[in-house]
Design a protein around this ligand. Structure first.
Ligand code: PLP
Length: 416
């Protein structure tokens, strides 16, 4: 890790973090103070162009004035209530999400993993009620990512995340992405649900074939299994349409959302169709902090901002421009192998570790992100414009042209 180049206050903050926070994240040597739009500022006032937006959460940038106003107003009213009492915003947000997605109802929780847990429980209880105790299997994809809790980890198709924590949930089968024959083999009368991300994010940024999604729908219908789409990363406008699966025309039975949904506050949603609306029943599932008035109000404000500022169109436009730049990189640099993705969920696979490049970019004031050790992933705010892409790409070209520093084997092995 390159040394911290900030002030003494930042040094102290990092030292305290190192002493008291579990060393779970391979963090970067920088201490942030505040953000504005597509920029973050560190404690010494240095500005960074933010192309990872809090791992895709800060979709309308930092400190958007409408988000700030909504948050301040709601803070003076009520922040949290418990799901046992009604208030204005949870239902309004659910109504809006259902109108956008064609689903029937929503269950709120906090993070993405918790919503995936809910989806797995829902699949099990639905299968049990409708078909009996044998129907417990889940079919998921290799190199998928669904979260870190036991259930969500068990359906995450990456051995390296599961290996230290087994045994996980039994009865999970993994299939390669876009492998229609493999999917046909894996889905049987015992399948409770087929789970997939229409655009796989953490697994390296891969857009699933529409034919594969259609086949999943056909198989789910033929075998009485649920089709569940995890759009925690690719949903809510990230790919330039409200839901990435919209492009395929395939409707899932359940749709999982998270990341930007609470405008930066923890909020995830499990949306379900008519058939599943009553599947949980009363007191079978819950979440103390899920769907707070504050998070739901911010969720609504986020959706309104996307509409009012024409951000879906902007995502499509800026995304296409960034994608064209990444494709040019493929031809311009021997180190860039393949550009992939949709909208502003883009990645470029390198044939060298990405971390040194990302650390070098940080030093030059651009925040990049990576997955799988060698895929530079772009998850910027929807506010990103061409001029920002130009700044970032000039830097990426320059860094790739210069000799990218060698990375320690330990970090390569950890895939960070
Ligand atoms: C597709 C997908 N599912 C689930 C999760 C887990 O969400 P969380 O980290 O909020 O628990 C993520 C997080 O990156 C994700 O990208």
């Amino acid at each position: 890790m390159s040394p911290l180049r900030q002030n003494a206050e930042a040094q102290q903050i990092l030292e305290r973090d190192t002493a008291h926070l579990l060393p779970v994240y391979a963090r970067y040597p920088v201490v942030m103070d505040h953000g504005q739009g597509v920029y973050l500022y560190d404690t010494s006032g240095r500005r960074y162009l933010d192309l990872m937006a809090g791992l895709g959460v800060n979709a309308v940038g930092h400190a958007h004035p409408r988000m700030v106003a909504a948050m301040a107003d709601q803070a003076g009213r009520v922040v949290h209530l418990s799901p046992l009492y009604a208030s204005r915003y949870p239902g309004e947000l659910a109504e809006r999400l259902c109108a956008l997605s064609g689903m029937k109802g929503a269950f709120y929780s906090t993070g993405g993993s918790e919503a995936v847990e809910g989806a797995l429980k829902l699949a099990r209880t639905h299968a049990r009620q409708q078909y009996g105790l044998h129907k417990v299997e889940i079919v998921a994809l290799r190199s998928s990512y669904h979260g870190r809790t036991f259930g969500s980890l068990s359906v995450t198709g990456q051995e390296r995340y599961r290996i230290d924590f087994g045994p996980g949930l039994p009865h999970v089968h993994f299939v390669d992405r876009n492998d229609i024959a493999g999917l046909r083999e894996a889905v049987t009368a015992n399948t409770a649900a087929i789970l997939m991300e229409p655009v796989m994010g953490e697994g390296g940024v891969h857009v699933l074939d529409h034919a594969f999604l259609r086949e999943a729908r056909t198989l789910a219908d033929a075998h009485g299994a649920l089709l569940i789409f995890d759009e925690i990363q690719c949903g809510l406008g990230r790919t330039g349409v409200w839901f990435a699966s919209d492009r395929s025309g395939v409707k899932p039975d359940a749709l999982i959302l998270g990341k930007p949904l609470g405008g930066g506050l923890p909020l995830s949603a499990l949306l379900v169709n008519d058939m599943l609306f009553d599947a949980f029943g009363v007191a079978k599932h819950g979440s103390t902090l899920g769907g707070s008035p504050m998070a739901c109000r911010l969720g609504l404000e986020f959706l309104n901002i996307v509409d009012d500022e024409g951000l879906l169109e902007q995502v499509r436009e800026t995304g296409a421009y960034l994608m064209a730049n990444l494709q040019e990189l493929e031809t311009a640099s021997d180190l860039a192998v393949e550009a992939r993705g949709e909208g502003l969920l883009l990645g470029v696979q390198l044939n060298v570790p990405a971390r040194p490049l990302i650390e070098a970019a940080l030093e030059e004031g651009v925040l990049l992100n990576m997955v799988q050790g060698n895929v530079m992933r772009f998850l910027p705010s929807f506010l990103l414009q061409r001029e920002h892409v130009d700044v970032a790409m000039e830097l990426v070209y320059r860094l790739l042209k210069a000799n990218v520093p060698v990375m320690p084997d330990t970090l390569v092995a950890a895939g960070v």
